[in-house]
Design a binder for this molecule. Structure first.
Ligand SMILES: O=C(CO)COP(=O)(O)O
Length: 141
């Protein structure tokens, strides 16, 4: 299938502060592939992706202010096909309950999810992203 026929997916991008450099580097390296999709992100992540990777991103609220929950709601609404969440495995966060809830919904709804660049690369290169079939196998929970 050619790129022009590639299906447009909803890709949610989130990074904790300690991982924003990693996410921006990964996103900049994959800018062409990412820009074919509908991107949404928590507030600060969306801003830095725009500034540093040149991507057009729908920005929700900042994570600690409810952005993770907004991404979770978008998952439930069915507009997120892929979650890329570079969380900080070494730090404590005041909104860790929201982070857990987002990860739980992603698991519940069978959303392909990446928590690091290695897995994100698998997802962005997956033929599933470009095929006219659902990314997930669970259609209704
Ligand atoms: O805290 C976050 C995810 O839990 C990310 O939020 P920001 O993108 O606003 O920094």
């Amino acid at each position: 299938m050619t790129d022009t026929l590639a299906r447009r997916r909803g890709i949610a991008l989130v990074a904790h502060d300690a991982r924003k450099d990693d996410l921006c580097s990964w996103a900049a390296a994959n800018r062409a592939a990412l820009s074919r999709h509908r991107l949404l992100a928590t507030g600060t992540t969306g801003r830095v992706l725009g500034e540093r990777a040149g991507l057009r991103v729908e920005r929700l609220h900042s994570g600690p202010l409810g952005g993770d929950q907004q991404i979770g709601a978008r998952i439930v609404e069915g507009v997120v096909d892929v979650l890329i969440f570079f969380f900080d495995p070494l730090g404590a966060h005041p909104h860790s309950a929201d982070v857990q809830a987002l990860q739980r919904l992603a698991a519940l709804r069978d959303i392909p999810s990446a928590y690091n660049a290695a897995t994100a690369q698998f997802l962005i290169e997956s033929p599933l992203l470009h095929a006219d079939i659902p990314c997930r196998t669970v259609s209704a929970v």
